[in-house]
Ligand binder design. Structure first.
Ligand SMILES: O=P(O)(O)OC[C@H]1O[C@H](O[C@H]2O[C@H](CO)[C@@H](O)[C@H](O)[C@H]2O)[C@H](O)[C@@H](O)[C@@H]1O
Ligand SMILES: O=c1ccn([C@@H]2O[C@H](COP(=O)(O)OP(=O)(O)O)[C@@H](O)[C@H]2O)c(=O)[nH]1
Length: 463
């Protein structure tokens, strides 16, 4: 039987998943693999400087985990460097934060080569190989050089930028050339597909058919949007069960009847947290009836702390949160609760259900699973309102959300006010259309759509 082999930088064991420290990629891949079974290959998250080791392999349920350690130089150049100081900021439209160096680029290529060498002996001829995200764009090309002919798909979890932004990457051509070694390249949204197709047509001199068939660099492949999703029924079940859980009860009691607004994001500059805090400050300033009546809970587990820009945003947020509380707190009311802790998704589901407003206002986001989890966690009889940035991939699907331009701080405050005072009937109507979408378009649907498309490809099609 055809095996599924998933490759990603981040591999999360079931134990790590319970800590709540992982991002959306790990959450979705875990859910996809748990049902289908297969191999999950990637970085162990550990650093080892002595000698290249064979992958560590262990099995849990249906999934075989195979992980490799990285050296501290690999970690610095590949993960902190080219992946998270070049590709991440550039693909999130932050040219001001984008660094480029040949040293980190060569580390990026080296780790992709290492992954290819370690993965190859584990592969069978009829495996379906599914590679995830910007860390591993060159992997298929490396595997093909080593003679692998299996069908290979790639899914990009982050946005694909507009052409003019992408052209700022000095090795843009090399990156797209490498992507063309896959048989199927999946993006989160049609907008991302458009950015890629524009590059193929306008820069690479390639051709793209209406069905997404691409011919470029002597290869034929397919591109399409496959919006990632959540395990909707399971998350809704977590939220129902969490009503009587210890932490949910503690949170509810601490509110003393006040309305809860909630944000849950990795501590990342792409998530728009400073603008969000300022929007909340404006809400308290311009709609004073909310003072003492609303609490904003922002959960922001630290992420990529060895990358300087992440330390900067952390300091900035501490100052902004302190400023909001300093200006508006009363002796018996703290307007903003800002936590640098991660929670398990069971606990989060309970917190999301308690919240009258879910605030998801990234400056740019590939998808944003928290937006979908907020909808899934709501009580159908009395659902809360989702505020959603138009720059999150999720906004293409969640039409019942209140749209927000996160750069418009006063507009964000106005949207918060509208959400806090929205009548039940409108809340239900908006929630129902979003929940219906998530019931059918869940993580199983995402996995099935991608793997069906990949299975239908001819292996290693060259023009
Ligand atoms: O692995 P880290 O460096 O700790 O970062 C966590 C993950 O962040 C990013 O997640 C993205 O994937 C989500 C699911 O598709 C999507 O909803 C979100 O918009 C993206 O930002 C990153 O792309 C992953 O590789 C990281 O593992
Ligand atoms: O304390 C936390 C914070 C986040 N998450 C999960 O991490 C994922 C974040 O994914 P998203 O797509 O929103 O953003 P990313 O972090 O991948 O950029 C979601 O499933 C969250 O429920 C979690 O389990 N615990």
């Amino acid at each position: 039987m055809t095996r599924l082999v998933v490759v990603s930088n981040r591999v999360t064991s079931p134990r790590q998943a319970r800590s709540g420290a992982q991002g959306g990629l790990a959450v979705a891949v875990q859910a996809a693999l748990e049902d289908w079974g297969g191999v999950w290959f990637g970085w162990s998250g550990e650093l080892r400087d002595t000698g290249a080791e064979e992958p560590t392999v262990f099995r849990s349920g249906q999934v075989t985990y195979a992980t490799v350690d990285l050296s501290s130089q690999d970690y610095e150049e590949y993960y902190n460097g080219f992946a998270n100081r070049t590709l991440w900021p550039l693909f999130h439209y932050r040219l001001d934060l984008t660094e480029f160096s040949r040293r980190t680029l060569s580390g990026y290529q080296r780790v992709n080569q290492l992954f290819a060498e370690r993965l190859r002996p584990l592969l069978r001829d009829d495996d379906l190989i599914w590679v995830h995200d910007y860390h591993l764009i060159p992997l298929a090309e490396q595997l093909r050089h080593a003679g692998c002919r299996q069908r290979m798909g790639f899914f990009l979890h982050i946005p694909w930028p507009a052409l003019e932004v992408f052209l700022a990457l000095p090795n843009h051509r090399e990156i797209v050339h490498a992507l063309c070694a896959y048989d199927l390249v999946g993006f989160q949204t049609d907008n991302d597909v458009r950015g890629f197709v524009n590059y193929i047509k306008l820069e690479a001199g390639g051709e793209v058919d209406p069905d997404g068939t691409v011919r470029a660099f002597g290869r034929r492949l397919r591109v399409a949007a496959f919006p990632i999703s959540i395990d909707t029924a399971r998350l809704a079940g977590f939220a129902r069960e969490a009503v009587f859980a210890r932490q949910t009860v503690r949170l509810r009691e601490s509110l003393r009847g006040r309305k809860l607004m909630i944000g849950v994001d990795r501590l990342d500059y792409s998530k728009g947290l400073p603008q969000r805090f300022r929007g909340y400050e404006q809400l308290l300033e311009h709609y004073p009836e909310n003072r003492g009546r609303v609490v904003f809970l922002q959960i922001a587990p630290p992420s990529r702390q060895d990358v300087p820009e992440y330390l900067q945003i952390r300091r900035q947020l501490e100052a902004t949160a302190g400023h909001v509380n300093g200006a508006y707190a009363e002796f018996d009311w703290m307007p903003l609760r800002y936590l640098n802790t991660g929670f398990s998704r069971r606990i989060l589901a309970g917190f999301l259900r308690l919240a009258t407003v879910g605030v998801v206002t990234p400056l740019r986001d590939g998808m944003n699973l928290v937006a979908k989890e907020y909808v899934a966690a709501q009580n159908p009889k009395d659902p809360g309102v989702l505020l959603l940035s138009r720059f999150a991939g999720a906004s293409a699907e969640l039409d019942g959300a209140v749209p927000v331009n996160p750069y418009d701080v006063e507009g964000t405050a106005g949207a918060m006010q509208a959400a806090l005072s929205m009548p039940l009937e409108e809340r239900r109507e908006r929630w129902e259309s979003m929940y219906r979408r998530l019931e059918t378009h869940d993580v199983d649907y995402w996995r099935g759509a991608f793997l069906d498309a990949l299975s239908a490809m001819e292996p290693a099609a060259c023009e």
